[in-house]
Design a protein around this ligand. Structure first.
Ligand code: NDP
Length: 319
């Protein structure tokens, strides 16, 4: 059992995934859970675990997460799995009188149309999400709404922090090519293409979609800030690097190839493949109200960290 300053117990769901492992490096004193401790879709198991751990603060990272193509194929499973997990977690927080809950939402759950860019957290429910990940998106929107209602019903004993990160990447990503998000998929593909000296690197989609990428360590630092600081209101806050960090997938591929030190391979973009939402530009304005001096890791620096790590740990990470 671990304690933060002032002796309160912090429990992290999904503590062994991409963000969880990043958080472990900054806050080893928290208690990190995985599916082995409890399947969060099982209400009784979650309640029993909370009875044992008695958390004061919960950081809720666990989610059934996947790349755009896997979401498109299994939207209903994403909806049901995630909604069950979130509901059970909220109920356990209510029963065990947790005093702070930090949820992780995502900028990919915002409406696809009718919003103003850069995105702001108050536009989250202003229209349907993109069809490609609607199951995942509605479950996260439910988490936002339900946790806010729970907080309002708690007479101020529960504070809810809903952090809304943009696309994440980091060392402990999912690199399996069937399920990976864009950066780990591109890193893995480039590694294989370079290793086997293939004549061309084939990329799904035209490469025009634009994204901002957030280094998992940066999100971990933001989470620890919100855990450690007293706050007298609920928070919904986008966590994204500034607008000028936005990059097209095409340019990202070139950056990755460059970090691999691969001289001008032939890169083929499969223009007929759906790329998901074209852009979902955000910025760092909301975060600045809480952390005015926060410095984001540049993409160059982040790729320079994860690519050598992936190459070194290939046999362990590739599945
Ligand atoms: P990962 O997929 O790396 O990790 C997910 C974690 O959730 C794992 O530890 C997994 O446990 C746990 N989990 C999944 N299903 C269950 C279940 N049924 N019961 C208990 N635990 C479960 O996720 P990330 O670290 O990438 O994401 C963290 C959060 O950030 C998520 O809420 C995600 O939606 C959000 N997010 C992620 C983005 C990204 O680009 N990755 C972008 C924006 C938001 P186990 O270790 O046992 O498998």
């Amino acid at each position: 059992m671990t304690h933060l300053k002032g002796s309160f117990t912090v429990v992290v769901t999904g503590g062994h995934g991409l963000v969880g492992k990043a958080l472990q490096t900054f806050a080893p004193e928290f208690t990190y859970l995985s599916r082995k401790h409890a399947d969060l879709r099982d209400k009784n198991a979650v309640l029993a675990l909370f009875e044992k751990l008695k958390p004061d603060v919960v950081i809720h990272l666990a989610s059934h997460v996947g790349g755009v193509y896997d979401n498109m194929k299994h939207n209903y499973t994403y909806l049901v799995d995630n909604t069950q997990m979130h509901l059970n977690l909220l109920e356990a927080c209510r029963v065990h009188q947790v005093s702070k809950l930090v949820n992780i939402l995502s900028t990919c759950i915002f409406p696809d149309e009718g919003v103003q860019y850069p995105l702001t957290s108050d536009q989250l429910h202003q229209g349907p999400p993109h069809a490609s990940n609607c199951g995942y998106a509605y479950s996260k929107r439910f988490l936002h709404t339900a946790s806010t209602i729970l907080s309002q019903s708690s007479n101020g004993t529960l504070r809810v922090i809903n952090l809304i990160p943009t696309n994440l990447y980091g060392r402990y990503d999912q690199y399996n090519l069937e399920r990976a998000h864009v950066i780990p998929a591109l890193v893995h593909k480039t590694y294989l293409a370079q290793k086997h000296d293939t004549p061309s690197l084939v990329i799904r989609g035209a490469g025009n979609a634009r994204r901002q990428f957030l280094f998992a360590n940066d999100l971990a630092k933001v989470i620890t800030h919100f855990v450690a600081h007293e706050i007298d209101h609920d928070v919904a806050c986008i966590v994204s690097p500034p607008k000028n960090h936005e990059i097209s997938i095409k340019d990202l591929v070139h950056e990755i190839v460059h970090v691999f030190g691969w001289d001008t391979p032939r890169i083929l973009f499969e223009v007929d493949e759906d790329e998901g939402q074209f852009c979902k530009t955000t910025d760092d304005m909301e975060l600045k109200t809480y952390l005015p001096d926060f410095e984001f890791t540049s993409l160059k620096e982040g790729l320079g960290d994860i690519i050598p790590f992936f190459c070194r740990e290939y046999d362990r990470l590739r599945t």
